[in-house]
Design a protein around this ligand. Structure first.
Ligand SMILES: NC(=O)c1ccc[n+]([C@@H]2O[C@H](COP(=O)([O-])OP(=O)(O)OC[C@H]3O[C@@H](n4cnc5c(N)ncnc54)[C@H](O)[C@@H]3O)[C@@H](O)[C@H]2O)c1
Length: 446
């Protein structure tokens, strides 16, 4: 039985008792103040924002806080004094047990899957930051276990719930620009590192538990400024580069609007792999099978770092859809090429349609903002559903991570067999779909 059902049953039972008997305060009180008790793994950086957004729901009580950096943990504890604090999420999940209902994961990418799966193995609903996982196989497993256990899940792509993105999805699906044949998407951020290995033996700061920070990955010496906080994104063992970091936000709208599934193939152009950092600039191409909103096949191109935004000439738009000379593409965003026109969707902003004259009187759907965080809390309480659960965000993440794998084989076209989770023409690429977890950090179902 899922937590959601147990909970519903409790509410039904409490409601029945409340209407048929004269009760003292306790049951009726619990009915009216029923709260989702949350535990948070990673509470610095984005985890701090996640904590604030989840805790702002009136039916949430923060029960546990976990961070491997004691100073970040103390800062969060200052805001949620009633919560118990931990440095090891495994200990937190064991000790808090049934006194926690749901778990939020906001750690670096390589710890998403182990932390989220540990919570799901205990039957807890999970809100997990993007990209869902660090590795392709992890994304598939999280999705499978969430579905088997019928758990409420949500990936932390909060812009998915923002009005401009939701409106753009409706505009595409209404056929405003017709069936889409190409999507170009880009981010001028650079979460890459083209340099060599890191030298020296440094002592980790006293507030940081380096062993727990490394977690499932291979142990190595701590180096200041290289890993914690934030810069782990640049490194292949911990982050997913600009494609994983920003691509998951920017590719979300095309993926949702066009109802894309697994890519057929992926190919990248970038520097020779170093095995240390992600490339500082990337050009990644995908082909997806056709859907009711695309032509028979759909091509997607991703540009990042100094490759972004692409030059107008790189887009090779049909002559009748050429963008005005004065128009500059935003630093981050996507461009859909349809049968009747082009949509540019800045990250984050309202969609623009070209040719301008053709679409100037087009009426846009009225769509409001949703609260991505509260949507998850409400769904845990049995009210409504989440919009980026793992059955959606798992395949989206798998597709992006295949591009990250392709970066290790520039120029090669990786043919993808999604059902069998296999790159059919390059055995070496299959070695990068899943890494071996460090002893003492293995997790059931991963
Ligand atoms: N949705 C968004 O808009 C958005 C924005 C920024 C970051 N993010 C995501 O949030 C996640 C964190 O990114 P960040 O920028 O905050 O990174 P960060 O390095 O600044 O913060 C990560 C936090 O997790 C803690 N941590 C690391 N390992 C841990 C472990 N094993 N157990 C408990 N705590 C641990 C760190 O000490 C730190 O406080 C990433 O997945 C990132 O992609 C999402």
């Amino acid at each position: 039985m899922t937590w959601k059902l147990q909970r519903r049953q409790f509410i039904r039972t409490a409601g029945l008792i409340a209407t048929t008997t004269s009760l003292g305060g306790s049951v009726r009180g619990r009915w009216s103040v029923e709260k989702l008790r949350t535990a948070h793994i990673g509470v610095g950086g984005m985890g701090n924002a996640d904590l604030g957004s989840i805790a702002s729901h009136p039916q949430v009580e923060v029960a546990g806080l976990c961070d491997v950096d004691a100073s970040r943990l103390a800062r969060a504890h200052g805001k949620q004094k009633q919560a118990r604090t931990f440095s090891d999420y495994r200990q937190m999940l064991t000790e808090l047990g049934d006194s926690v209902d749901a778990v939020v994961v906001s750690t670096p990418d390589h710890t998403h899957a182990p932390a989220a799966m540990s919570a799901m193995n205990l039957g807890k609903p999970v809100y997990c930051q993007k990209p869902l996982t660090h590795e392709v196989v992890e994304a598939r497993r999280l999705n499978q276990v969430a579905q088997q256990k019928k758990l409420v899940t949500q990936m932390g792509i909060q812009v998915h719930s923002a009005a401009p993105y939701r409106r753009a999805v409706q505009m595409i699906q209404s056929g405003m620009i017709g069936r889409v044949s190409h999507v170009h998407a880009w981010s001028n951020k650079n979460w890459g590192y083209d340099g060599g290995s890191f030298e020296g033996q440094h002592v980790p700061p006293s507030e940081l538990d380096w062993n727990l920070w490394i977690g499932t990955a291979g142990m190595r010496p701590y180096v200041p400024q290289v890993y914690h906080p934030g810069n782990w994104r640049r490194l292949v063992d911990f982050g997913t580069g600009t494609l994983g970091d920003m691509g998951v936000h920017i590719f979300d709208t095309p993926y949702a609007a066009l109802q894309l599934t697994a890519p057929k193939w992926v190919r990248t152009q970038c520097r020779v792999p170093t095995g240390i950092g992600h490339p500082a600039k990337n050009l990644v191409e995908y082909e997806f099978p056709g859907t009711p909103f695309t032509t028979a096949q759909m091509n997607w191109k991703w540009y990042d770092g100094a490759n972004a935004p692409p030059g107008i000439a790189d887009l090779a738009l049909p002559k009748e859809f050429e963008l005005p000379e004065s128009y500059k593409l935003p630093g981050q965003g996507s461009l859909f090429v349809g049968q009747y026109g082009v949509m540019v969707l800045p990250h984050v902003g309202e969609a623009l349609l070209f040719p301008e004259d053709k679409f100037k009187d087009q009426v846009r759907p009225e769509v409001g903002d949703l609260n991505h965080y509260h949507q998850w809390v409400d769904a845990c309480h049995g009210n409504g559903e989440t919009s980026a659960d793992f059955s959606y965000s798992g395949p989206l993440t798998e597709a992006l991570l295949l591009g990250v794998v392709a970066n290790r084989f520039p120029g090669e076209t990786l043919q993808w067999d999604a059902e069998n989770m296999s790159v059919t023409n390059l055995a070496a690429a299959n070695q990068l779909l899943q890494s071996q977890y460090r002893k003492d950090f293995t997790v059931e179902n991963l």
